[in-house]
Write a protein of this length. Sequence first.
Length: 299
Amino acid sequence: MQLAVFWGCKILTSQYAYEMSVRQVTPKLGVELVDLKEVNCCGNPIESVNRLATIYMSARILALTNEIGLRELILPCSRCHFTICETQYLLATDKKLEEKITSMLREENLNYTPDIKIWHTVDLLHDNIGLERIRESVKREMGGLKFASHIGCQAIRPSYMKRVDNAENPRKLDRLIEALGAESIEYPEKLDCCGAALLFSHQEASLSLTGAKLRALQERRVDGLVTSCPSCHIMFDTKQENSAALIGSKLSIPVIYYTQLLGLAMQIKEEDLGLHLNKSPVDAIIEKIEKRSGRTLQF
C-alpha cells in the first residue's frame, strides 16, 4: 500500500522522534510512505488572521497529493489532520468556495480533487492495517505493563466532521495499546486537554492543565502515557518538568508516541525510534520490557 505523507511543521522542526518511528514501523506493516514533491504549512497558524489563506494552503496539500498520483494521504500531526479535514469538509459543502480555491490552485497548475482519503496514524493502524496484523507484528512481551492513552482534542473534534474516533468515548488508541499485550486504563481525565492551545497566550494555565493530568496518572501508577499528537507530546514530555514546578509536584511519567511503543514491540532499535530524543523517563518503559522479554535493549 502506497500512501502520500505530509508531516507538518512541528514534526519536522522538533518532534523528529515521531517521524522516525512512523518511518520505521509502517514498512513492517506493508505501507510505503511517499513524500510530496514540495510542501507548505497546513495554514492552521494563520486561521484567525486569514481564513481563506488557511483553506487555500490546506487545499494545496491535497492538490500536491493528487499531483503524485495517489489517492490516500496520512497526516501524523493532529493539528494538520484537523485543518486539512476541515478544508475538505468546507469545500464539499460550499460550492462557491470550492470554485474560488480551485481557480487559485489552477494558477499554479495544480488540480484539487475531493476524493483524497485522509488518514491519521491512529485510524490508519486501527481501521486500515488492523489490530490482528498489529498483534502478529509483536516480538517483545508487553504483558503486565499498564498505560494511559491520550489521543488529543484535534483528532476527535469537532464531531460534525468525520474524525479519527468517537469524540465522547475514543477507544481506538486503547485497542492499539492492547494489541501489543499491554493494558490501557480508563481514567476520568482521559478527555482533558493537554494545554497546548494556551501555551503562548496563557502559559501558567496551559502548564496547569498539563501538570494536573500527569499528576492524576502518576497517582494511578501507570507505566506510561501514550500519545499520538506532536502538540500533546510536547506538553506532556518536553514541558513535564515545567508543569511539575508550576503545580508543586514531582512528576516522573514516561511519555511515548504509540509508534515508538509499537516499534519497541516489533524489536526495532530504540535509537531508530528516536527514544533518545524523548525528555521524559522512557528508559523506565524500556527496562520493564527488557525484564519481560529477557533481552537487552540498547540505544
